[in-house]
Design a protein around this ligand. Structure first.
Ligand SMILES: Cc1ncc(COP(=O)(O)O)c(C=O)c1O
Length: 303
């Protein structure tokens, strides 16, 4: 298995162990960082990598920099080239996970807006633990942070303090993972993934006003479901008690991919096994990201 030997800081490739940031930078002191997690899927037949929805990840990152009032941004083309160089430099021979972080590397006061810096790292990543078996979720007593407090629709590092509290509570309570509610009690998302469920045959997901990250995988599933079935995914507020009537449920995200949910608050989802629609969506997702099908070729940047 290849290892992550080379990292990129501010456009320069360097040995992984040499990357440094000052502890008094705003990034460390006030968590002034936005980031992306991307995946590049290895295609053994052509020995190329398909970096999935690269421009959409960069667009969300740029939106985060704007909301956080960073005094510098980066052009899409520049990041495209940086990530391509980074992948090639590490000589991977299997799927690649990329962390791209942009932050204020300067020191100063809370309102400081620069200098801005970035780090990109490429690492191997195997299939998530619960991908085949599914996972149990517990509804967290930690509420998802709200748009007027710390907007979840941008992928700010600071938002993951809230997510982490929920993860630890779920583990302490014996669940595989957490599901968070909005401050007014509707279903929001999991700490690092979005949530879908099937109720009365209808594929349903919390709307973008349910304090969720505007997930690229969620958008992929909504688009593909329409193309495959002619039906819309219903995006709406979901009550907590509705979770207990779900026939199927799953989480999705770039890192998590598609993870079936087999129980919530100790209530079985459906019959407690991985449902047929979840399996179908999952198969289609992997065919798409790996380029086994030609659809949406523009979503795959070949490297
Ligand atoms: C809080 C949160 N929600 C949802 C997602 C899924 O987002 P995406 O599909 O863009 O990776 C992530 C993944 O990073 C996340 O951290």
């Amino acid at each position: 298995m290849w290892t992550s030997d080379i990292i990129m800081m501010n456009g320069k490739l360097m040995p992984y162990a040499d990357a440094q940031i000052h502890p008094l930078s705003l990034a460390v002191t006030y968590a002034t960082t936005v980031f992306e997690g991307l995946r590049a899927y290895y295609m053994p037949e052509t020995k190329e990598f398909a970096l999935f929805r690269l421009d959409d990840h960069i667009k969300r990152l740029q939106a985060g920099m704007k909301v956080m009032r960073f005094d510098q941004t980066y052009e899409t083309e520049y990041f495209r080239k940086c990530l391509s160089d980074l992948i090639k430099a590490n000589k991977p021979d299997s799927d690649v996970y990329i962390r791209l972080l942009v932050y204020i590397e300067g020191q100063g006061l809370l309102a400081t807006t620069g200098p801005v810096g970035f780090t990109a790292a490429a690492m191997p990543r195997s299939k998530p633990k619960f991908a085949e078996t599914g996972m149990s979720l517990g509804v967290s007593s930690w509420r998802r942070l709200s748009d007027n407090a710390s907007p979840p629709r941008i992928k700010a590092t600071a938002n993951y303090h809230n997510a982490r509290l929920a993860v630890h509570q779920a583990k302490a309570d014996g669940y595989d993972g957490a599901l968070m509610l909005t401050p007014d009690g509707y279903v929001s998302e999991a700490p690092i993934a979005c949530f879908f469920m099937v109720r009365d045959g209808v594929l349903t997901t919390p709307s973008c006003s349910s304090n969720i990250l505007e997930s690229i995988t969620r958008d992929t599933i909504i688009t593909r479901y329409k193309e495959l079935t002619g039906l819309e995914v219903v995006q709406r507020s979901i009550d907590r008690s509705e979770l207990y009537f779900a026939e199927e449920a799953f989480l999705c995200g770039t890192g998590q991919e598609i993870i079936p949910v087999t129980s919530i608050d100790h209530f079985e989802v459906g019959d407690g096994s991985v449902g047929p629609l979840t399996q179908r969506i999952s198969r289609d997702y992997f065919d798409l990201v790996r380029g086994n099908i030609d659809d949406h070729a523009q979503w795959r940047t070949l490297i």
